[in-house]
Ligand binder design. Structure first.
Ligand code: IPM
Ligand code: MG
Length: 358
């Protein structure tokens, strides 16, 4: 029987609660499918590890997980440690060296979930945001000198390469092509950012003919934010830079009902390194240890992991189970206005998996 080796990195805050729930659900799913099993290895990296060892993960951390089939990640972020340290010490320390350059962020209004938008009905918000995940504003290029003096100076330089843009653009066109509407919006800020963003636009023009059945348009990021609110039905697949897509994907998650639901896949599409799957919500220290974290973001991310592993039947079964559960208000956690706890939602998804025919 096939055995998938999964590296589970719960990280900080509610990460351990939602990853534990994800592991339970994935094991229940494997039992139901009975054609594969999961072998989870747990890694205690994150803020607490940092307090003991002065780093977020061990020096050979990546070596420890490079041969796993996938990584299930909770969150990085700790109230006692500056955010740029937790981010660069763990999440980006995995994403960037493992060249997980395609960050895929679906936003879909699931059954039973209410959008703050009044101009859409069920099923009418179904987007995928493709975030460039290896360079751009997150390239880490910059510096700081003369600290504390009046002439203190700091730079954060965005760095874009033709090959980096070409590969994310092809990925996005291909993804758009695989979806029923075959519709892609290429987002930039090429009016103000007159070098790299102009190159984005040019490369989009150059790549588009390879996907002649995909309709595409260009949008400036500020106008795109407005369009997501005023004209949500006109959107399907979106591609944008690291920072622009970071912001748009939070907006998308909120418009789709809750940050607690939204999933992410950090993909190395070529499979040279493991890909990483995580809920978008972050560590949420305010609700940590209360048992009320919404595990749906982790379950949906797990469904994306199954798809990546080629287990499409299992991925569909898990997604169907998730949708059956969200459709029922008694399984809504407080972020959705309900009073269910993590355990209750997890059990409901497991029950739906066990009782499912598809
Ligand atoms: C995300 C998050 C991170 C990011 C934070 C935690 C630095 O907002 O995954 O979208 O900006 O990449
Ligand atoms: Mg974000």
């Amino acid at each position: 029987m096939k055995a998938y080796k999964i590296a589970a990195i719960p990280g900080d805050g509610i990460g351990s609660e939602v990853i534990a729930a994800g592991v339970e659900v994935l094991n229940a799913l494997a039992l139901r499918e009975s054609s594969f099993v999961f072998r989870f290895d747990q890694f205690d990296w994150g803020g607490e590890y940092y307090k003991q060892h002065g780093r977020m993960m061990p020096e050979d951390g990546r070596d420890q997980i490079k041969d796993h089939d996938a990584i299930l990640f909770g969150s990085a972020g700790h109230p006692d440690i500056p955010d740029h340290i937790t981010l660069w010490g763990l999440r980006l320390a995995i994403c960037q060296p493992f060249d997980q350059y395609a960050n895929v962020r679906p936003a879909r209004l699931l059954p039973g979930i209410k959008s703050p938008l009044s101009n859409i009905d069920d099923g009418e918000l179904d987007w995928v945001i493709v975030r460039e995940n290896s360079e751009g504003e997150y390239a880490g290029v910059g510096g700081r000198v003369h600290q504390g003096l009046p002439l203190e100076t700091a730079t954060d330089v965005s760095l874009f390469t033709r090959s980096g843009i070409e590969r994310i653009m092809r990925f996005a066109f291909k993804l758009a092509q695989s979806r029923p509407r075959k519709l892609l919006t290429v987002v930039t800020k090429s009016n103000a950012q007159r070098h790299a963003m102009v190159m984005w636009d040019e490369i989009a023009e150059q790549i588009a003919p390879e996907f002649s059945d995909v309709s595409w348009d260009k949008m400036l990021v500020d106008a795109m934010a407005a369009r997501m609110v005023t004209s949500p039905k006109s959107i399907d697949t979106v591609v944008a830079t690291n920072l622009h897509a970071d912001i748009l994907s939070d907006l998308a998650a909120a418009l789709a009902g809750s940050l607690g639901i939204a999933p992410t896949a950090n993909l190395n599409p070529e499979g040279e390194f493991p890909s990483m799957f995580e809920p978008i919500h972050g560590s949420a220290f305010d609700i940590m240890d209360k048992g009320i974290a919404n595990p749906i973001g982790t379950f949906w991310s797990s469904a994306m992991m199954l798809e990546h592993l080629g287990e499409t039947v299992a991925a569909r079964r898990l997604m169907n189970a998730i949708e059956r559960v969200t459709a029922d208000q008694q399984f809504h956690t407080p972020d959705l206005g309900g009073n269910a706890d993590t355990e209750r939602v997890t059990q409901a998804v497991i029950d739906a998996i066990r009782g499912s025919n598809n």
